[in-house]
Design a protein. Sequence first.
Length: 324
Amino acid sequence: MVDSSHDDTSRTGLLAERGYPRTYREFVGMFPHEEACRTYLEHLRWPAAFACPACGASGVPWRQTRGRLVCSACRHQTSVGAGTILDKTRTPLTTWFEAAWHLTTAKNGLSAKTLERTLGTSYRVAWTMLQRYRVAMVRAEREPLLGTVEVDESLVGGIDRGGKPGRGARKSIVAIAVEVKDPKGFGRVRMRHIPDASGASLVPFVCDVVAPGAVVQTDGWQGYNDLPKHGYVRQKTVLASSDDPAHVAMPGVHRVASLLKRWILGTHQGSVNPSHLQSYLEEFTFRFNRRTSRSRGLVFRRLLEQVVVTAPLTEADVTHGYDW
């Protein structure tokens, strides 16, 4: 898939080719049946020519019933969904496409319960489809954050009555990194559910998502003390001695944290199991990094591009939380 972290509106060539629907009416017209869905996925998976997953030979495959493709060189049988998250699915492709359309075009996404009612499937099918799509939203080779990056943590879930406030609270801790633009504005975001706010959790997060040499803006928390040892320029703001409140001193992470909590509370009624929290963070990241896209239909295409290059997932892989 094309880089999931960059703004899709810059790809004027893809916008011009109209390889995606722009409205729901166009979507229904493009994908009325299984064959149309398979043809579209074939184009995304093998844009030049069919390549046999067994022998690697390119060419025109033989076509059999139920969408099976047979390599003309080695006679290996496959399908467009084999080796992807659609591998061995018993759910019709039209249902998968319908779910992807609503997931990417709804302004704030949708919960599994809403998808269940929209598609007319069981709750389990709707929930599993969403979980698989969330895994597909992540591209392993996505570029790290560049330039000036704000990094901080946020507590998701609030504070129980009598609970301990701050970093010691017994709540889900989410590390957030946001590119800060000059003179104003924010770029891409990365988030991770971490077990605690120690340096053992925070420094690896920064090393994984921020390019070496970047300027990392943090508060005075000691968990970030080792960042210079890993090639980062740390700009520290001790909030306790600063005249500015936290949301002014570090506006990026606080804006993102506020949007994240509002999204979880509104779309998912505040009910997110900690074992699945990272999946929701990846969906939020996918949406946030495409917030300026001029076409929701293009975001739909981006998701399907990633679907055909994401390894198969079983229901067991996502039931108790995907191993990120």
